[in-house]
Write a protein that binds this ligand. Structure first.
Ligand code: MBD
Ligand code: FE
Length: 255
């Protein structure tokens, strides 16, 4: 073999760091060979089941975010999760009504927000929104609703304000019948995430902000299986008779 390869220093550095920490980890845990074999079999099932993104987003993604964004200014990012789908319907007119079925089950929600920059007001930020439905399912993935149900993209106005009409999301139970559920229960965790709305913000000159909104009083806030809750991302659901209302403001970081 005379073929020349270019060393990717990032790959090499990451691997060397991984092995260094792995050695300490193995010294600490003292796995036997049978346990190693069982792990290999589980990892193989995880890959074959298509649950690698699910497993990593539930058990790893929050640590990636926390190590990067702890104590920086601006709205805290939260998990992208495995259910983002590009190309959601473009909503042109405010209030932005999320695509939904004729008699979409669930409590109606009016959500108001503002998007600014750490430097001040910001006009016309691109917003993408996705959430689960009243059965706790995501369109394009585990729900039988039409593709892009309860998913949309739009822009904030000149002042950075926006208003969305949707339904209130409910707590989400991650799939439990596959290898991810097997691990979750073996570790003694439950499989729930508190109700949340996923939002992604994009604006030139700013770091793309991927985050989530949670609701005060949700029973799973403290024990979110994916550890995605940050107190600054909590809002209050107010009862207005025929609908509920909530609001939260977001601040983007400059690049
Ligand atoms: C979800 O809905 C989610 O947001 C994450 C992070 C992981 C699994 C399911
Ligand atoms: Fe989610």
């Amino acid at each position: 073999m005379t073929e020349k390869t270019v060393v990717n220093e990032r790959v090499l550095g990451a691997y060397e760091g991984f092995v260094k920490h792995l050695k300490n980890f193995l010294d600490e845990q003292q796995f036997n060979h049978e346990e190693y074999t069982k792990f290999v079999e589980w990892a193989d099932r995880l890959g074959r089941s298509g649950e690698i993104p699910l497993f990593l987003d539930v058990f790893v993604e929050t640590h990636v975010l926390e190590s990067k964004y702890k104590d920086s200014p601006g709205t805290e990012p939260s998990l992208l999760g495995p259910y983002y789908e590009e190309g959601a319907p473009v909503l042109e007119e405010s209030p932005f009504v999320m695509p939904q079925r004729e008699d979409e089950p669930g409590d109606k929600l009016t959500f108001r927000g503002n998007v600014s920059s750490i430097n001040g007001p910001l006009a016309k930020t691109k917003v993408e929104w996705w959430q689960d439905d009243a059965d706790g399912l995501y369109s394009n993935y585990d729900s039988t609703a039409p593709d892009f149900n309860l998913r949309g993209q739009f822009h904030t106005d000149e002042n950075g304000d926006f208003e969305v009409h949707s339904i209130v999301p409910i707590p989400y139970q991650i799939p439990t019948s596959g290898p991810t559920g097997e691990f979750t229960f073996a570790a003694g965790y439950h499989a729930y995430r508190p109700a949340h709305i996923h939002i992604k913000f994009e604006h030139e000159g700013h770091e793309t902000l991927i985050t989530q909104v949670f609701f005060e009083g949700d029973e799973w806030l403290e024990t979110d299986v994916a550890g995605g809750v940050r107190s600054s991302l909590l809002t209050k659901l107010e009862d207005h008779g025929d609908h509920k209302e909530a609001s939260l403001n977001f601040v983007m970081r400059t690049e």
